[in-house]
Design a binder for this molecule. Structure first.
Ligand code: PMP
Length: 407
């Protein structure tokens, strides 16, 4: 690109990379257009019907003309409901809550509120795909923490790992932790989380806890809540939202953050200038969603789906399927497929190759681990109909069994 053209886009955004899953999406669309079978384990979105109480609250808002500007921080009733939803009403008031356009905006709000150019944003060893671009958009330098426990620890970051990175990097401002983790589906337990938070408090680094999937935790466990003390409260910001714990709510674009007053105020100032708060009818829907008792039926259905994958684990060899403790993702170690020859003679050498083979040969859509900085793995979303899961797994089993060793 000539220099003059390069200057048309900011240096910051020129560093953005197109999503690795884009090519797979194109291939999937081609298959769909040809009427070939397709099993979509790619997209991380809940399915089914929108709950009538959420739909009616949003519809009523339109009917009642609630379509004018409101508080840029979000509706007061919703901000009150958020602290109750998270069970932190004795530690935080509504002034600590910012309602955002999806959880994504909560992340960018925080990065812009606390980072100066050149600050470092630490994130997990297999970070969710948008953390790095959002850090770059805020002018910060993203860096994935190396999990020294490696595969044994399922890429979980320990307090020792975190402190090593704080020591080894310039101006570390924040550590972004997602639990339950997209893509690995691990859940940090209370002790692991407390140790990480202790490091952050002692080193004056913020801990951003992205808890977007916190209601989707399996095996009868409940979400290990962070301990809010006067010390931890200063350094902890929690980001959450509507997209994953309910059915069909991702497009409503509502999220929220809860954190100390000064940081929340900076984020509210920021968003008062660039969104003036999320769409009011969507906020009314969100209020209906998180008020009252949370129905566990979605989680139970997803857990049954997870168990369908567990049931075929042995047949998927040489793939190793990790345990899914939460979220609706299954994480597959496909390194043993590398070097395998497909029926059309291609030798598989990367997670993108394996993902393309599964799609081309079996119609199975997955997300390659390289999108999450972990080469050698695939992520599969199991938020889909049980019949489609079973058919898709059968197709994957058949595809893996057709690989031939090259040496
Ligand atoms: N964090 C994680 C870990 C996610 O998986 C997602 C969505 N896939 C987001 C944040 C963004 O959520 P939202 O759609 O509410 O902006």
């Amino acid at each position: 690109m000539p220099a003059a053209d390069a200057a048309r886009i900011s240096a910051r955004l020129r560093r953005f990379r197109p999503s690795l899953t884009l090519r797979l999406k194109t291939l999937a669309n081609e298959r769909r257009a040809k009427g070939l079978p397709l099993f979509d384990f790619g997209l991380g979105e809940t399915k089914g019907e929108l709950a009538p109480r959420i739909r009616d609250a949003a519809k009523n808002a339109y009917d009642e003309g609630r379509t004018m500007y409101e508080d840029p921080a979000g509706l007061g009733e919703l901000r009150d409901a958020v602290v109750r939803w998270l069970g932190v009403e004795s530690q935080y008031g509504r002034e600590c809550v910012v309602v955002t356009t999806g959880a994504k905006q909560g992340l960018l709000n925080l990065f812009l509120a606390i980072c100066d150019p050149g600050d470092t944003i630490l994130m997990e060893a297999a970070p969710w795909v948008s953390y790095q671009p959002l850090a770059l958009a805020a002018g910060a330098t993203p860096r994935a923490v190396v999990a020294s426990g490696g595969e044994e620890s399922r890429f979980k970051v320990s307090a020792v790992d975190l402190e090593r990175e704080i020591d080894g990097n310039e101006r570390v401002k924040v550590f972004v932790l997602n639990s339950p983790v997209n893509p690995t589906s691990q859940v940090y337990d209370a002790r692991e989380f407390a140790a990480l938070l202790e490091v952050c408090v002692r080193r004056h680094v913020y801990l951003l806890l992205d808890r977007l999937y916190w209601r989707i935790v399996y095996d009868g466990k409940s979400y290990p809540e962070p301990e809010i003390t006067p010390a931890t409260r200063e350094w902890l910001i929690q980001v959450d939202g509507l997209s994953k714990n309910f059915r069909r709510t991702g497009g409503m674009r509502i999220g929220w953050s809860v954190g100390p007053e000064d940081v929340s105020e900076a984020m509210i100032n920021l968003q008062s200038h660039y969104t003036s708060g999320p769409a009011v009818p969507s906020q009314c829907g969100a209020l209906a969603a998180i008020s009252g008792i949370y129905e566990t039926e979605l989680r139970d259905e997803l857990e049954a789906n997870r168990n369908r994958i567990y049931a075929v684990r042995d047949r998927l060899a040489p793939v190793r399927v990790w345990d899914s403790e939460g979220t609706f993702y299954s994480f597959w170690d496909v390194r043993a497929c590398f070097g395998g020859r497909t029926p059309v003679g291609k030798v598989l050498a990367s997670s993108v190759d394996v993902a393309e083979y599964l799609l081309d040969h079996a119609g199975v859509v997955t997300a390659p681990g390289s999108a999450f900085l972990q080469e050698g793995y695939l992520r599969l979303s199991f938020a889909m109909a049980p019949g489609e899961i079973d058919a898709g797994l059968d197709a994957a089993v058949a595809a893996f069994s057709e690989l031939r060793r090259t040496a």
